[in-house]
Design a protein around this ligand. Structure first.
Ligand code: DUC
Ligand code: ZN
Ligand code: ZN
Length: 470
């Protein structure tokens, strides 16, 4: 069955042009000049014609950093693969890449199987996996090679969370050397976790237990020091490096410097770092700040982190935007840390809001329309080995297409979101622009403000190597 999307403006990473898009089954088969003979004959033969007048036609969003069902601090992230991927679809994201978790001492293979089992048959949209390596040793290094062959081509390491996920510098170097050999991308949580724990303990001893202290002890210096160290280790290990959830100007400076020196170093930031800060959000009274506890943390507003992050998104020192979606309810989850911020599970739910929040940067003049698509879809596809199957509207690509209404105004609220969280960190934010409809491999799964898909529609994606490797 063919579908023609006509009268829309197709936005790509390189431009915005009126074009008609022809889809056959799960695949885009043609991008046609409106009014051309080819467009007219495509329309005559189409089983369905969708009028996208006034709408942007964009490749479905790719969120390269989510944590569905992540066990953390004695609880589990509140979105499972079913609810989380459905919420992603509502927000115009048609692919997620989640993280399988290997705690130290456990088998990478068994942990991956467990994660694949959680996702399989439950996802509303297509999904891939990264692998977290919490225990770098001879066996897990060998396992990395096997996983690359199976389409898991990126591995996250932690310089934070001592005793849980932290890898020491020797382990990091060994994993980087392995990645240099098998072509994988090393993703780094770059914060000096040992130093953070010292300040955190001292803060609690002084009675400073409120959520705001989470941000104050996880100092920007600790992020920039770890980012610098990771970059140096990657240079020695001769491996590409991808810094996840970058939030501090000082860390961005390290990335920019490395890139200026020709290093194959990349970084992502997340919407929360572009819109929230320590004083107004993490510092909210009556424990409300707990909603904003995530790591890396939000940064102070009196410095210029957010300005610098937007600049980084323009200059490409920040390559893309992911969410680090890791939702916890206030009740029974965030509340675990009411008397001690260290016990607040780290994470913010935002998988549904990334496309809209980054589109706000278009409306305020921070980024261009094509850059929006590049940051949210095309670069993630290239970075994580999914391009051109995903991330672009061109013949041969999967028909993952979002029709976006750039004019619709609305307000984000817990009452209208679809994530499984009992509050919204984004509550009350006025937004211009709204997802109108969402097609996943040729099937309309969001249309007329209703969800038409079902769990299991989403397929596992075996990813290739990052296309940014040199
Ligand atoms: N940061 C978070 O905020 N949550 C999960 C893990 C992480 O690194
Ligand atoms: Zn992390
Ligand atoms: Zn994460």
């Amino acid at each position: 069955m063919t579908i023609l999307i006509k009268n829309g403006t197709v936005i790509s990473a390189t431009g915005a042009d009126p074009a008609d898009v022809l889809i056959d089954g799960e695949t885009i088969v043609a991008v046609l000049q409106p009014g051309s003979e080819l467009a007219a004959s495509a329309e005559a033969g189409a089983a369905r014609v969708i009028d996208a007048a006034g709408l942007y036609v964009i490749p479905g969003g790719i969120d390269g950093h989510t944590h569905m069902e992540l066990p953390f601090g004695g609880t589990v992230a509140s979105d499972d693969f079913e609810s989380g991927t459905r919420a992603a679809a509502w927000g115009g994201t048609t692919t997620i890449i989640d993280f399988a978790v290997q705690p130290a001492g456990e088998s990478v293979r068994e942990c991956l199987d467990l994660w694949m089992g959680k996702a399989e048959g439950n996802c509303a949209i297509d999904y891939g996996m990264h692998q977290i390596i919490g225990g770098v040793d001879d066996q897990s290094l060998k396992d990395m090679d096997a996983l690359v062959d199976e389409g898991i081509t990126s591995f996250k390491l932690f310089m934070a969370y001592p005793g849980v996920f932290l890898s020491d510098d020797g382990q990091i170097l060994r994993a980087m050397q392995q990645a240099a050999g098998n072509g994988a991308l090393i993703m780094m949580h770059a914060e000096n976790g040992l130093a953070i724990d010292v300040l955190a303990e001292q803060a609690v001893e002084r009675g400073e237990t409120a959520p705001i202290n989470h941000g104050l002890v996880r100092r920007a210096e600790f992020e920039s020091e770890a980012t610098h160290r990771a970059i140096q280790l990657a240079k020695v290990g001769a491996a590409p490096l991808y810094i996840v959830h970058l939030s501090a100007s000082e860390a961005l400076e390290q990335v920019a410097m490395a890139r200026n020196n020709g290093a194959n170093v990349f970084a992502e930031t997340c919407p929360q770092y572009l819109y929230f800060n320590v004083e107004d959000h993490l510092g909210k009274p009556d424990f409300e700040g707990a909603a904003y506890v995530c790591s890396t943390p939000l940064r102070t507003k009196h410095e210029h982190h957010q300005e610098d992050l937007w600049k980084g998104l323009r200059t490409n020192d920040l390559s893309l935007v992911a969410t680090d979606h890791c939702p916890f309810c206030m009740k029974d989850q965030k509340e675990l840390g009411r008397d001690d911020f260290r016990a607040i599970p780290n994470g913010i739910g935002g998988v549904e809001h990334r496309m809209d929040m980054i589109y706000q940067g278009v409306t305020t003049g921070e980024i261009s329309l094509p850059r929006w698509v590049e940051l949210c879809s095309t670069t993630p596809a290239r970075m994580f080995g999914l391009y051109p199957q995903k991330g672009t509207i061109q013949p041969g690509s999967d028909a993952d297409i979002v029709l976006y209404d750039p004019k619709r105004e609305w307000t984000i609220s817990v009452d209208n979101h679809h994530m499984n969280i009992d509050m919204s960190a984004y509550e009350g934010i006025d937004v211009t622009g709204h997802v109108h409809s969402v097609m996943s491999r040729g099937r309309m799964i969001i249309e007329n403000d209703a969800y038409h898909g079902s769990p299991g529609d989403g397929k596992y994606l075996r990813r290739g190597l990052s296309q940014y490797l040199i």
